[in-house]
Structures are given as C-alpha cells and as structure tokens.
Design a binder for this molecule. Structure first.
Ligand code: ADP
Ligand code: TRP
Length: 323
C-alpha cells in the first residue's frame, strides 16, 4: 500500500501529535511504501516568521527521525523541495469549485476567529490534494479534523479523471484512532492553538514543571475517584505499562492519595518513555549534514514519483505534448 501523510512545522511536536499521529506513521512504515513530509508550504498560511519557519522545519525532521522514522523504509522530505506539487496544485485549482472550498470547516473556523483570509488559506485543501495525488497515494492517515480535506481531494481527483481520463489514484483516509485524543494541561484537547501542550522533547526540568501544573479537581484526598474520567490518569496511561496502569487505577478507586503523586509518576513515565528518542535526537542534532542528506535523498525520491504523475496530468489536460 502506498501511504502518505504530512505534518505542519508550526512549533515543536507535543504528546498529542505523537500519540494521535506520529506513532501511527511509524507503524505504517512497516510493510508499506510510505511518504511522509513536513508541510512547510501549508505552514506558510499561518507562520510569517522566516527564521521560525526554517528552524521549525529542521526541528520537525529531527523529531521525526529521533522518534523512529526510518529513512531506509519511508521517504521523508520537505514539501517545498518538490516543486512538482505546486505545479500540480495549479492544474487542480482550475477544476476546484469555490463552493466546495467554502464549505471546509478548517477555513470557516479560522475565518470566524478573525484570521484574515487570503487565497493561500482558502485554497489550502487544493494544495493538500496535490500533495496526495502527486504520489499516487492510496492511504492517508490523518486526524479527524483533516477528513474533510481528504474528501475534497477525492472530489478533485474524481472531477479531473472524469474530465480527462484516469489520471489520479483516488486515495482513502485512514482516521487515526479517536481514543488517542490526548488532553492538555488544562484537560481540554492538547493543541498548540490552546497553549496547553507538553512537548515530546521538553527538557526534564520544564517537563516536570508543566506536569505539576496540570489542572486537577479539588475533591478531597480521601474520596475514591473514577480513573476513566480523569485526564491525569488518561495521560499517565499513555506512558505506563499495563501493570502500572492497573495498579494506578486501583489506587484511584481506593482513594486516599494525592494528585501530586500521580503527577510525579507521570513525569517519570514520560521521561522514560522518550529517553531513547531523546538520546537519538541529541546524536542527530550534532550531525546536521546527515539530516540534510536524509531530506535531500527523500526529496529526490519524492520528485521522481511526483514528476511522473505531474507529466501524466499535464498530458491529459493538454499543457504538455501527448506521449
Ligand atoms: P495542533 O492542534 O497542536 O496545531 P496539528 O493540528 O498540527 O496540532 O496536528 C498534527 C497531527 O496531530 C494531526 O494528525 C492531529 O490530528 C494530531 N493531533 C494533534 N493534537 C492531538 C491530540 N490532542 N490528540 C490526538 N491527536 C492530536
Ligand atoms: N493539513 C494537514 C494538517 O494540518 C497537513 C497536511 C498537508 C497533510 N498536506 C497533507 C496531511 C497531505 C495529509 C496529506 O494536519
């Protein structure tokens, strides 16, 4: 199966990104032909700071590699290193109904928050469609919030195929498990937009501080508590072994303990969980030329595939000499 997904470099990755997305990407690199890219062109719709965008793109690559993305198995690249995608985006743009784009929740939501809508924000799903179609991707793992964009992609591909013949592979979304909706330090969904995140590679001291500040209710220590409805327990469960989870759940049900203890256990478990990745990240960070080489190789492989699909599309619509 050809699998593809992109992730925006809009700040450092947090626990929500890991358990909700990155972990699945890593699983899917086994036994599939996987393409993963850092969506810096999409990030450009919200980030207007050149240094930050450049830096966050490199950090994103480092994070993914440290977490186990294997460049020998999966193709890792930066979106803007494949100009064929932007060319394909234009072809798709000429067949993208305005109404379809106007209905997109992500666009409507940003607009309602007062973000000035420019053409980039409005046509964001068309670029996303080009990202997917350029590699003949069959399966696109995404969070629930992106499913509508995959529907747009399927519509655009279907429309193009209907007009010009079978050019594009129609992809399918693979919705990442909802169970992995990771709560943030305030108990709401963890998200950069809510500023309630804990980053995967947070330094140990900062990590402990953030964990100790996780909001909890003020029920007395003696009262037994239901672990399943507690976001602190939910977070702990992500990192703990099954035995640890059960023993913690039993303590919740028995009561007579403080949230401080759970927080300490959570900080320690999280620290352990990412210890190896942290080590790998440090080693890789000391070798920026190796990271550049991995991204360069990835871009080359990605461009080969994208050029083939773009050529097909260009011939089909008459902007390139027929074969
Ligand atoms: P953010 O909300 O912090 O801006 P993104 O929208 O860039 O994060 O998300 C990138 C990926 O991580 C998406 O696939 C998204 O579904 C997933 N993700 C983000 N936050 C969470 C969360 N709290 N729980 C589960 N998955 C998440
Ligand atoms: N819009 C996606 C997000 O914010 C990132 C993305 C860009 C993407 N292009 C893609 C995801 C293509 C899947 C396929 O999460």
């Amino acid at each position: 199966m050809r699998v593809l997904s992109g992730i925006q470099p809009t700040g450092r990755f947090h626990w929500g990104n890991y358990f909700g997305a990155i972990r699945q990407y890593l699983q899917l690199q086994e036994g599939n032909e996987a393409y993963y890219f850092i969506a810096n062109l999409h990030a450009l719709t919200t980030v207007r700071d050149r240094q930050r965008l450049w830096q966050d793109t490199r950090e994103a690559a480092l994070d993914l590699l440290a977490l186990g993305l294997d460049p020998d198995r999966a193709t890792l690249f930066v979106q803007s290193d494949v100009p064929e995608v932007s060319e394909l985006c234009w072809l798709l743009m000429t067949g993208a109904p305005l109404g379809l784009l106007e209905r997109c929740h992500a666009y409507k939501e940003k607009k309602s928050r007062g973000v000035t809508a420019d053409a980039g924000l409005f046509t964001y799903p068309v670029l996303m469609a080009a990202d997917i179609l350029a590699y003949d991707a069959q399966l696109v793992p995404v969070g629930v919030d992106q499913v509508q964009h995959i529907e747009v992609c399927r519509d655009l591909a279907g429309g193009f195929n209907h007009e010009y013949g079978e050019v594009f592979t129609i992809p399918q979304a693979k919705v990442l498990e909802d169970a992995a909706k990771v709560p943030g330090v305030d108990g709401e969904k963890m998200s950069k937009s809510y500023q309630n995140t804990i980053e995967i590679f947070e330094p140990a001291g900062a990590l402990r501080k953030k964990v100790m500040r996780i909001v909890t209710d003020s029920r007395p220590m003696e009262a037994p508590k239901d672990p399943q409805t507690d976001h602190l327990y939910q977070l702990y469960s992500l990192f703990a072994s099954e035995a640890e989870r059960e023993s913690m759940a039993a303590r919740y049900r028995a009561g007579g303990f403080g949230y401080g203890e759970v927080k300490k256990a959570l900080a320690a478990a999280a620290q352990d969980y990412f210890a190896e990745a942290r080590q790998r990240r440090e080693e890789l960070a000391a070798r920026p030329e190796r990271v550049a080489e991995i991204l360069g190789d990835g871009a080359q492989r990605a461009r080969r595939k994208a050029a083939e699909v773009l050529g097909r599309a260009q011939r089909a619509c008459g902007v390139k000499r027929p074969a």
